[in-house]
Design a protein around this ligand. Structure first.
Ligand code: UDP
Length: 413
């Protein structure tokens, strides 16, 4: 029977798999724990879903733990998230106390697992303060920031920095996000899993089901944005871009597909704004999908002529990678991780405004050959740079680096 790992060889080649096995050898039987704050919804959950079983298969005992808290906790951590991305958020002392208490309660719950771990990866600000309750920890603790932290709002960053500074290392997705910290910082961009339901090739009848399901016309142009209903994803900007492009391309249809992440309390409010901006245009389809609608999202991305990700801030933008893997040109906001993926004029277009996005939509729809070429380049760019096998290789290298660093220190006494 083919192992999970071997099933990737058909896409990446055998050498990549062999290299992962080699890299894992010095780490065999070590214990790794990832901690985040949601099992479903958002990019972190999407990545851990496959990274964890793959690391296990390499002989490294890996667990995924999820912390939980009451509504006020998520309100606080969403504000931290927004502040790291530059919003001037005032977080009340009461909410900060709740943040700390929630981390304390979760630290107690997770004690047996975290105490025996050799490596603990803490994702984003939500569980960051767990470390404060492990003063005598044995393993290496790494803070993994998935957010565009290039220009954080200082008062909130100062608060978080005290905690983040306690970690043995941190990981950011882009060099521009790195912060002045006293420990080693690693740059590791995220990745997609080409074999997940979200990205795997679909049989034609399944791919075309979305036309009926969402009342779309297969003979007309379709643009799609898949994203949580979050202001940084600028769904209203996408509607404005569609409205302007439609004046010149009347047969245009738009799908905004989103769901809610359990750790995102702002979604409902943004969804209301989106519905209001969409008005009664029957060609705008605002979809609220369940968290496990991976094959539906896959099919929508495949049905699109062009995929948009008009974010104004973006840590990475897995939705960009997903679309590029399906050979779609992406029109993306000129920000954060989108810049790493969308190479202007080659794998898509970078834009600053709805007007800019509208112009590129019109351009690509009138240049079908260009659209196909850009789509093909986008796919090979993802194959080279943004698949889970590359991501796993970099995590293994990081763990080895930290391991050797401490052995070296011990030797030096
Ligand atoms: N996603 C999903 N359902 C939705 C909206 C998003 O499954 O309704 C997925 C999307 O396909 C992607 C991830 O959630 O895999 C979002 O990751 P991204 O990095 O684009 O943004 P984040 O939500 O982490 O800010």
């Amino acid at each position: 029977m083919t192992s999970l790992l071997e099933s990737y060889a058909a896409i990446t080649g055998n050498d990549v798999i062999d290299q992962l096995r080699q890299l894992a050898k010095p780490l065999l039987n070590m214990k790794v724990v990832h901690v985040n704050s949601t099992k479903v919804g958002g990019g972190v959950a999407e990545i851990l879903e496959k990274l964890v079983p793959l690391t296990n298969e390499l002989g490294i005992e890996t667990k995924w733990e999820v912390i939980s808290g009451e509504a006020g906790f998520y309100e606080c951590t969403k504000s931290m998230h927004n502040a790291l991305q530059g919003d001037k958020e005032h977080i009340s002392p009461q909410l900060l106390t709740l943040y700390e208490e929630t981390n304390l309660a979760n630290a107690e719950k997770l004690r047996s697992v975290l105490d025996e771990a050799d490596f603990v990866f803490i994702h984003d600000p939500q569980p960051a303060a767990l470390i404060n309750h492990y003063p005598n920890r044995r393993g290496k603790w790494i803070w993994r920031c998935h957010i565009d932290a290039s220009h954080p709002y200082r008062p909130v960053w100062k608060y978080l920095q005290k905690t983040v500074g306690c970690y043995d290392a941190s990981i950011f997705s882009l060099p521009a996000f790195a912060q002045p910290l006293q420990h080693p910082q690693y740059i590791i961009p995220p990745s997609i899993d080409p074999l997940s339901d979200k990205n795997i090739d679909l049989p034609p009848e399944e791919a075309s089901r979305v036309y009926n399901e969402f009342n779309l016309d297969p003979d007309r142009h379709l643009i799609v944005q898949v994203s949580r209903y979050d202001r940084f994803k600028d769904p209203v900007g996408v509607i404005r871009a569609y409205q302007q492009a439609k004046k010149f391309v009347p047969e245009l249809q738009l799908v905004l597909a989103g769901g809610t992440a359990t750790d995102d309390p702002e979604g409902a409010m943004v969804l209301r704004e989106v519905r209001e901006a969409a008005g009664d245009d029957p060609d705008i389809h605002v979809l609220l999908l369940p968290p496990d609608a991976h094959r539906t999202i896959n099919a929508l991305q495949r049905a699109a002529d062009i995929v948009l990700q008009k974010s104004t801030k973006e840590g990475f933008g897995l939705t960009v990678t997903e679309a590029m893997w399906k050979s779609k040109p992406v029109i993306g906001g000129d920000t954060g991780g989108i810049r790493l993926q969308v190479v202007n004029y080659h794998t898509g277009f970078l834009v600053h405004t709805p007007e800019g996005a509208a112009l590129r939509i019109r351009y690509l729809l009138h240049q079908q050959e260009m659209l196909t070429q850009i789509g093909a380049k986008a796919k090979s760019y993802v194959r080279e740079n943004f698949l889970i096998t590359r991501h796993l290789r970099e995590y293994l290298t990081l763990m080895m680096g930290l391991q050797y660093e401490s052995q070296y220190r011990i030797k030096l006494g």
